[in-house]
Design a protein around this ligand. Structure first.
Ligand code: NAI
Ligand code: MG
Length: 344
């Protein structure tokens, strides 16, 4: 049998770090079914060249894959007619309703506990990111509005995924993030629905301890005492911000992986963007992508090969002599990759 893996490097350093993840997967040898890689196009540069950011061929090919890795897109902040983000579209098309972002600090020695060891579970399909915005011209000037959608169905399935992740971890602790003191209807529905998950699962999550926290104070406490958190579940926008903030605690965005997961497909994706400031210099940190590959494999049930990738990365970070500049090192992407491959 083989494992069909779609590769969508897309823009900027995505094209430098996704090939690194491919090499790491190949280095696993017979620990996983023989990987069969499928190179696919998407992104803003493709849009500028061809008028489409996400070709149908890419979507069709992904549907034939077992899983995929996505690099990053250079989405412009201004509105560009005809363009919309391919990663946002793919999450929707493939129904990847959960964005799972583990943030883990590497302990200085193997037996010391990491200072940060948490997972942000972000709802991936709705909230403000349904992108229903309108602009009106009124007597008092322009007025912009956005729709924020929260459904019971999406809140329940993200809640269930979060409880499952929490139940599988040693601490079994879940924090529900919301702002229902202000947004009592939308965030109220999210909070109440996630809280109701254990009741619907007949004892499966009885040993998971539940806490909740308003999103603003969650960011505050995340910086002051990150060790209190285990699994955090949040609506899309809060989850986006929280996971980038959590990434700052471990030194670099270049370290932090994620997967976009649904019931039938999983797509690994480094949390960072296309990093135009370092594009083409050969110094992008490949670790977030290699860890995303590990997370993807773990999600598919290949825990031991995923551990091999994570362990190799941890050793290189702990050793500290071959690192890219974002971690204070002087090495190139390819040197870090070589150092990791040696250990896989
Ligand atoms: P960014 O994550 O691309 O970069 C932020 C900073 O972190 C930059 O200084 C960059 O050099 C550094 N950095 C990021 N990844 C790194 C890595 N692997 N190794 C070393 N340094 C790294 O975020 P920024 O600058 O806000 O956005 C740039 C572009 O990326 C924008 O067009 C944005 O829309 C897009 N973006 C795409 C995302 C995605 O595809 N999911 C996520 C975030 C941003
Ligand atoms: Mg983000």
């Amino acid at each position: 049998s083989s494992l069909k893996i779609g590769l969508v490097p897309a823009d900027g350093i995505g094209r430098e770090v996704i090939p690194a993840a491919r090499l790491a997967i190949e280095a696993l040898g017979s620990d996983i079914p023989k990987p069969q890689f499928v190179d696919l196009l998407a992104g803003f540069e493709l849009f500028q060249r061809s008028g489409t950011a996400l070709p149908d061929e890419t979507v069709d090919a992904l549907k034939e894959c077992d899983c995929a890795l996505f690099g990053a897109v250079s989405s412009p902040s201004r509105r560009v007619t005809g363009y919309s983000s391919p990663i946002v579209a793919l999450r929707k098309i493939l129904d990847l309703y959960a964005n799972i972002r583990p943030v883990l600090s590497v302990a200085p020695t193997p037996d010391e506990k990491p200072k940060v060891d948490l997972i942000v579970v972000r709802e991936n399909t709705e909230c403000l990111y349904v992108k229903q915005e309108e602009l009106k011209h009124t007597e008092n000037g322009r007025e912009a509005r956005a729709t924020r959608l929260i459904t019971e169905r999406a809140s329940r399935r993200i809640g269930t995924m979060a409880f499952e992740l929490a139940a599988a971890r040693p601490r079994k602790h879940l924090t529900i993030i919301h702002k229902s003191n202000v947004l009592s209807v939308t965030d109220g529905l999210f909070r109440e629905t996630v809280r109701s998950v254990p009741r619907l699962n007949e004892g499966r999550f009885d040993d998971v301890q539940i806490a909740e926290q308003l999103v603003d104070s969650a960011v505050y406490r995340l910086f002051r005492e990150p060790q209190i958190y285990d699994v955090m579940v949040a609506p899309n926008l809060y989850g986006d911000i929280l996971s980038d903030a959590a990434a700052a605690l471990v030194g670099s965005l270049g370290l932090v992986p994620s997967v976009n997961a649904g019931d039938n497909f999983v797509m690994g994706e480094p949390v960072h963007g296309s990093a135009p400031d370092i594009e083409g210099k050969g110094i992008a940190n490949p670790i977030a992508s290699i860890r995303s590959a590990a997370l993807m494999l773990r999600h598919l049930g290949y825990a031991a090969p995923a551990d091999r990738l994570d362990k190799a990365v941890d050793e290189v970070v702990r050793q500290g002599t071959v690192l890219t500049p974002d971690l204070g090192g002087k090495s190139k992407t390819e040197e870090v990759v070589a150092e990791i491959l040696k250990r896989i």
